[in-house]
Design a protein around this ligand. Structure first.
Ligand code: ASN
Length: 309
């Protein structure tokens, strides 16, 4: 039973004051960093005829509007890529709200909300090394600004933060799997004391697969240390029509749902890009040392649970 009193207690909780201040400082650090690095900010898209297919189980979240089926954004990956068609800028970011109606079992991971925000970044004609360098700097800036501005809040929460050493370490997924087994992500995150990168995961069609070495993917995740798990995912992108169609077919993607995107790819209009998205609630959970992402949200949406408000 979700009762109104739970919502009132959450909203009035003194702990929430500290969390919100830390979140504000972290967001300011991100926006300032993007401005300094000439990454332009685009506005979020909430409804679209074409969105990220997501290759894991989830329920439909779409509405019919004037005869058109519009999907709530699962991620702005496709819109990020196309926004870089503009010749006047080559780096873009969006504070992007995403809705993913995932299965209730994910409510227990501590990392999942079915409505959350990611800072979604995309760079034109750059490599994964360029992207990693940009994100390393962003993470370091967030840590240093939060430590500088929010000392009392961190202390009240009993949280000690230390600026990570750059460059963040980079591991390869198959090597970690050999060392630690299928639970390598959780094990490596437990052991680590700084955030770290892991490369090469098989996932959605848009992450670039090596043409010479099939089964090798030019993509990555960032993980938070201390067992907090996944922070960011992204990759270099497919932009060639034949590769996109091959990868969609392999993943049994309904190509009719990607008509405009595929038409643009056929005409060679998808720019070559690299990027990724970092979950804001997951970042704030790590910075504030909370158990679950629900603990950092004013109005949490946890998979499988009824929403109070
Ligand atoms: N933001 C991710 C990326 O840029 C996509 C996602 O969230 N599924 O690769």
């Amino acid at each position: 039973m979700i009762d109104m009193q739970d919502t009132v207690s959450r909203l009035k909780d003194a702990k929430m004051t500290h969390i919100m201040r830390i979140q504000s400082a972290a967001l300011k650090a991100i926006h300032d960093y993007m401005y300094e690095r000439e990454v332009v900010q685009a506005m979020p898209i909430i409804l679209s005829p074409e969105t990220d297919p997501l290759n894991h189980p989830h329920f439909d979240a779409s509405v019919e509007y004037y005869g058109q089926r519009l999907h709530l954004t699962k991620s702005m990956i496709l819109h990020k890529q196309l926004s870089l068609l503009n010749g006047g800028f080559n780096k873009v970011y969006v504070m992007s709200p995403n809705v993913r109606l995932e299965e209730g079992s994910l409510g227990k991971t501590g990392r999942h909300l079915f409505e959350f925000t990611q800072v979604d970044i995309e760079l034109k004609e750059r490599t994964k090394q360029d992207f990693m360098e940009l994100v390393d700097g962003m993470i370091a800036k967030v840590f240093s600004f939060v430590i500088q501005e929010c000392g009392d809040d961190l202390k009240s929460l009993g949280r000690q933060l230390r600026e990570p050493t750059l460059p963040l370490k980079v591991y390869e997924s198959e090597e970690l799997r050999k060392r630690y087994g299928d639970q390598f992500e959780a094990v490596t995150s437990e052991k680590a004391s700084d955030p770290f990168w892991v490369t090469n995961f098989r996932r959605e069609f848009y992450d670039r697969e090596d043409k010479q070495q099939r089964g090798y993917y030019h993509n990555y995740d960032v993980f938070w240390p201390e067992g907090f798990g996944e922070a960011l995912s992204g990759g270099e992108r497919e932009w060639e029509y034949d590769e996109i169609v091959r990868k969609m077919a392999e993943r049994q993607t309904d190509m009719a749902s990607y008509k405009t995107y595929l038409d643009m790819a056929r005409r060679g209009l998808i720019p070559s890009t690299v990027g990724g998205g970092l979950g804001i609630e997951r970042m704030v959970r790590y910075l504030t040392g909370q158990k679950h992402v629900r603990d950092v949200a004013l109005f949490p949406r946890v998979p499988g649970e009824k929403i109070a408000f």
